[in-house]
Design a protein around this ligand. Structure first.
Ligand code: ADP
Length: 548
């Protein structure tokens, strides 16, 4: 039994032995299998996580002692962001997979992180190659094993929104600055234009006199200077946004041609090669052609002035094209260009880099004012040293949204000599000048420096025409007109306003409504004489018709 028992025990032991061995063997295999399974699962999980991340992830191995990096891994988001297959970059050097990457600053950051082991945030990087261009933000880490990981996002859209927002803010700031200058100009235009009327008027009168040539040329300088002041005031008034441009169907190419023709002599003498790329299918658009000419002229003169500062072969490319529902006009020069710091300021009123006396810093802000009035856009692009491009975008407006087209120039009217004219203005210089000018034309002139006395004179006397200032201390020109009407209806059509600031809305709308011609100070004597002659001729004709 014992033996049996022993044998049995041994037998059991024996029997159990191989079984135990098998179990032992089976267990270690199972564990390995399980471990392999776990590893596989965790790898799959890692891959899944790696490829479902919305951020791009690139893993690099450093080579050349941390000078360059080779792609070891590249997730799905990175493929989408970079528009490249992972298979096309894996195993490649970063500089090979993304040519020019050194220029964009990333390589330097990778090298630094590899050297220091300190993670870095590289908030903004612009990358561009033939596949795509865009902005990235990067987080760069060093793994304990020495590999470098870049986690990054495409922030192109965010950057675009930020740029647009900045642009809008700058626009709003500029508009409010211009409006302030405009409001100030409106306030002082009257004060400046009155004395200017005398300076310009008398200098023009003197130039028609029989005086020595050298004195004439000195007077011409006085006249030019005063005209310049007048145009600055006029420019400043354009910021007041008190008038709409006088629009008619306009051929932009034609304005470009005329403007270039105006500068043909200067462009040639400064050896500026003008290249015209004018689209032949440009539609007409409603615009104020005089104002646009002023804008183009300013851009061309600025380009000329700047190009003269460099010794390169000067080249000005003027291009027109259709861009969506706008007409795009660009002026590209190869002058010294504009620094990014100045690029932000060039449209600000009074910003100039020209010497004192050579620039007012108003040209571009006036251009900005004019183009904004046309609901368009003007902007500049430049890299210092690489020339500048100014672009104007004008909406294609096909329907006439403004009042009638400007009237064709009327024929020179017959002069009605001997007509009696009353001139009312509180400014002595203006009275004297008009008295000289009109007497010389053969009219009988009476002058008075206030509206109340003028009303008395009108009660007593009959005048063929009344020229009146708008802003007078005792009574405004508008009130004077209304009181004149009460005295005698027949004065309608025989009044001319002379205004220091014709852009003032109430003046404009009153003169439009009552069809009273309004001439702004300082005026060209020719324009004034023509208006007077036309009104007198009309009155004579209607008198003839009534009595005939
Ligand atoms: P101004 O001509 O009186 O200086 P603008 O408003 O026309 O006034 O121009 C402002 C400034 O813009 C200039 O002084 C110059 O610094 C810069 N600028 C304008 N056009 C160009 C250009 N084509 N190239 C380089 N700089 C320019």
């Amino acid at each position: 039994m014992k033996v049996e028992a022993t044998t049995k025990k041994e037998l059991i032991k024996e029997l159990q032995q191989p079984h135990r061995q098998t179990a032992k063997l089976g267990k270690s295999k199972l564990e390995r299998k399980q471990a392999e399974e776990t590893l596989k699962n965790s790898e799959a999980k890692f891959k899944e996580l790696f490829n479902t991340m919305t951020s791009g992830v690139a893993v690099y191995e450093a080579i050349d002692n941390g000078e360059d990096f080779v792609f070891k891994d590249f997730n799905h988001a990175a493929e989408i962001i970079e528009n490249v297959r992972g298979g096309d970059v894996l195993g490649k050097r970063i500089s090979e997979a993304f040519p020019g990457v050194e220029e964009f600053g990333l390589l330097k950051v990778l090298q630094r992180v590899w050297r220091t082991g300190k993670a870095e945030y590289f908030p903004e990087m612009f990358y561009q190659d033939e596949r795509h261009r865009g902005w990235r933000e990067n987080w760069i880490y060093k793994l304990p094993r020495g590999e470098i990981v870049a986690v990054y996002n495409d922030i192109t859209e965010r950057k675009q929104l930020e740029t647009e927002k900045k642009e809008l803010e700058r626009e709003a700031q500029l508009s409010s600055q211009l409006a302030t200058v405009g409001a100030m100009a409106s306030g002082i235009a009257h004060e400046i234009n009155n004395p200017l009327t005398s300076v310009i008027g008398f200098s023009q009168l003197l130039m028609t006199r029989d005086i020595p040539e050298d004195i004439k040329s000195d007077i011409a300088i006085i006249n030019d200077g005063a005209q310049r002041v007048a145009s600055i005031v006029k420019g400043l008034l354009s910021f007041a946004r008190q008038h709409q441009p006088e629009r008619s169907y306009t051929d932009i190419n034609e304005i470009i041609e005329t403007t270039l023709a105006l500068r043909a002599y200067e462009l040639k003498t400064n050896s500026i090669n003008v290249i015209k790329q004018l689209a032949s299918d440009l539609p007409l658009t409603m615009a104020d052609s005089n104002q646009l000419q002023q804008v183009f002229l300013n851009l061309i003169i600025n380009a000329e002035t700047e190009m003269k500062l460099t010794s390169d072969k000067h080249k000005l490319t003027v291009k027109t094209e259709i861009a969506g529902n706008t007409i795009r006009i660009s002026f590209k020069d190869n002058g010294p260009g504009i620094s990014s710091e100045n690029l932000e300021k060039i449209f600000n009123p009074f910003f100039t880099t020209k010497e004192v006396g050579k620039g007012t810093g108003l040209g571009l802000s006036i251009c900005h004012g004019i183009i904004s009035e046309h609901n368009g856009r003007i902007y500049a692009e430049s890299d210092r040293g690489k020339g500048a491009t100014f672009t104007v975008e004008l909406p294609i407006v096909s329907e006439e949204s403004q009042p009638a087209l400007s009237e064709p120039e009327a024929e020179e009217p017959e002069k009605v000599s001997g007509a009696k004219i009353l001139v009312v203005d509180d400014e002595m210089g203006v009275l004297q000048y008009l008295s000289h000018l009109l007497s010389k034309e053969g009219y009988q002139i009476e002058t008075v420096d206030n509206a109340s006395d003028a009303l008395e004179m009108i009660r007593r006397e009959t005048y063929n025409l009344i020229l009146t200032d708008i802003k007078m201390p005792d009574m405004s020109g508008i009130e004077f007109y209304q009181r004149m009407q009460k005295l005698t209806q027949s004065l309608a059509g025989r009044v001319v306003f002379i205004a220091g600031n014709v852009t003032e809305e109430d003046v404009q709308s009153f003169s439009n409504k009552h069809k009273v011609p309004c001439i702004s100070k300082p005026f060209a004597s020719k324009k004034l004489l023509k208006t007077i002659a036309r009104l007198l001729a009309e009155r004579t004709q209607s008198f003839d018709r009534n009595t005939g």
